[in-house]
Design a protein around this ligand. Structure first.
Ligand code: ADP
Ligand code: RBF
Ligand code: MG
Length: 205
């Protein structure tokens, strides 16, 4: 295969006195070990959705996000989210999130006036085979403290991919890290960036 992979998609072959272009078979053109392809992950196909506006208190989950995956997620109970969340298609989504004080003023939000980028997993976590659907945003900021019991507003505006099963925990962690990078880039695009100041978030920016 080496020879076919070295050149551009089309090379020449000599036949008697004439030179004819040799069109490489499709498999060879797309071969992953071609010297012309790179190993970086291709950009995702991001689909604009909603925006869906979700609000709930932050509840305890199985305690796996931070400990096992290095990625804490603020779990939003389905019982507080209503029909809209139940109907939301499972998948990984980008959007914006704001943490507010809990009901009747406590606990206090670590950053009530900031609207952060967030990447949200919605579904049954096939790798863990959950029995209940979860809505879990990872907020793209490093917090010093947990904020269980605070209220969370989440605006979901782009769909990155389906949730998937993986052969290993390392593969799931790598996919999550890629989702974080994709969300970071996606939300800088103007059509999503404007939603950071959506009236849903009040005066917070
Ligand atoms: P659980 O299964 O209880 O949700 P996690 O390991 O997913 O446990 O941790 C989630 C908790 O960590 C959140 O409820 C929140 O209080 C806290 N937390 C700290 N930093 C973040 C963050 N950047 N995004 C989401 N939650 C965070
Ligand atoms: N769980 C899966 O089983 N499959 C996935 O494809 C998957 N993707 C995720 C992507 C992101 C950005 C995040 C934050 C979580 C994802 N999860 C996925 C959910 C993960 O399993 C869950 O957050 C932990 O089990 C903690 O509840
Ligand atoms: Mg969580």
């Amino acid at each position: 295969m080496g020879k076919l992979n070295q050149g551009p998609e089309m090379s020449n072959v000599r036949c008697a006195e004439a030179t004819f272009p040799l069109i490489q078979p499709l498999m060879e053109q797309n071969s992953s070990d071609s010297t012309t392809t790179t190993t970086t992950t291709p950009p995702p196909t991001v689909a604009m959705v909603g925006p869906y506006l979700l609000a709930s208190t932050v509840a305890k989950g199985f305690g796996r996000g931070a400990k096992l995956l290095g990625c804490p997620t603020a779990n939003m109970p389905l019982s507080e989210l209503g029909e809209q969340a139940e109907q939301l298609q499972a998948g990984i989504y980008s959007g914006w999130a704001q943490i507010l004080d809990g009901e009747s003023g406590s606990p206090k939000s670590p950053a009530p006036n900031t609207v952060f980028k967030a990447v949200t997993s919605i579904g049954w976590n096939p790798y863990f085979d959950n029995k209940e659907k979860t809505v879990e945003p990872h907020i793209m900021h490093e917090f010093q403290e947990d904020f269980y019991g605070c209220r969370l507003k989440l605006l979901v505006c782009a769909r990155l991919r389906d949730e998937k099963n993986f052969d290993s925990m390392e593969a799931l962690i790598e996919a999550i890290q890629q989702d974080i990078r994709d969300t970071d880039a996606c939300l800088d695009e103007e059509q999503y960036k404007v939603l950071q100041t959506h009236e849903f978030f009040g005066s917070g920016v």
